[in-house]
Design a binder for this molecule. Sequence first.
Ligand code: FAD
Length: 374
Amino acid sequence: MSSSSTLRLVIIGGGYAGLSALITLRKLSHHAHITLIDPRPYHLLITRLHETVRQPLDIIQIPFPVLAKRFNFIYKQSFIEFNQDVLTVWDKHKKLQVNDETIPFDYLVIASGTIPFNTNTPSGVYDLNTLGKHNFSTVLQKLIACTDLEEPVINIIGAGPTGIQFTFEIAHVLKNCRRKFKLNLIDSHEKLLGTFPTELADYVEQRIAEKSISVLRNQYYKGIQNNQIGLENRRTGEEYTIASDLTLLLIGNQSKLTLQANLSGQVINHYTVLSSIFTAGDCSHFDGMGSNLMTSQSAIRKGMAVAKNILLKAGMLKFCLPYMHQDRGYLLSLGPNDAVGWIGNKNILVKGLPAFIAKETIEAKYGWWLLGKG
Ligand SMILES: Cc1cc2nc3c(=O)[nH]c(=O)nc-3n(C[C@H](O)[C@H](O)[C@H](O)COP(=O)(O)OP(=O)(O)OC[C@H]3O[C@@H](n4cnc5c(N)ncnc54)[C@H](O)[C@@H]3O)c2cc1C
């Protein structure tokens, strides 16, 4: 610890895990000196990204300077490059370089999440990166207002939870705009949401069938050029293209570097525990029984666990507690007033308005917590 014995904490990444660690640390340690580093100027409520189909993007952006004032921390806007060797050096010297500044720390938390699979998208194509930066509601309204096209075609590539949430939001907007559209949901699998409980997937299929959404199954995305999407039929091997006036490329995220951690969240590097570096969220994999699912719930719980362990380690006790959290539910939005998911147990399915209200309540609770009131 520093000579003045003020705990110096640095957090890389202000997503769900990083902010959870930060707010927990601030609540339990009023005097700690906390620095948060993130290349974005705002915390993005990514679990609500699909809402930007009909609402402005800024409803899901919370500027870091606002949070810095609320929770008394220093915010630095920067993207920190690191690899396993760099982590060993940081742990040894207990300092890191941010822009032109050297920042010393007692403990460092790495919560840098994952990155979208496709980052270079041509114009007219939106992936997770661009959706987080551009107002998609404006893009969609522009297409609706465009009279040059008789029946515009919107393609959503990737029918995972994100693709499905976006599809239902778009279907809702199109239904109310009184224009003919073609809305395609494209996936490389036969069965949608194959890793989810069957009943949940069946409910989604049933709702898709009720809307004017075409599902193109077993179609492998090969690329996009000049508004033509290249696909390969996984059954026949046939390659072909389809036209697209607006494309959403939602094929998932990848971890740049997954950090292995012990039961308490301390990074293990080359079989050695780095005593002053912890990790949390989607970029981490903890040993033991705790959930390593890439969900906001696990990210928040890992962040909390790591914050408490840092304070235990920095205090008299010098030991850490194991992270044991198991996710208690998952809810998928299917447009305004509809959702499906499970709560408590994967066999307990909730659907329709009750599921929608449950999802809204969880989001509101998180928003409340970010206001410092939870
Ligand atoms: C569209 C979408 C919808 C989702 N919906 C749900 C849902 O309904 N329910 C659910 O449980 N989960 C959902 N998830 C998953 C959930 O959002 C993630 O599990 C969660 O965001 C992980 O939190 P995290 O803090 O690890 O990473 P993130 O939230 O991704 O935050 C990482 C932060 O680190 C910053 N960063 C990255 N690299 C660096 C670097 N090198 N230096 C400094 N900063 C860096 C980023 O800018 C970002 O702010 C969804 C994910 C997506 C993409």
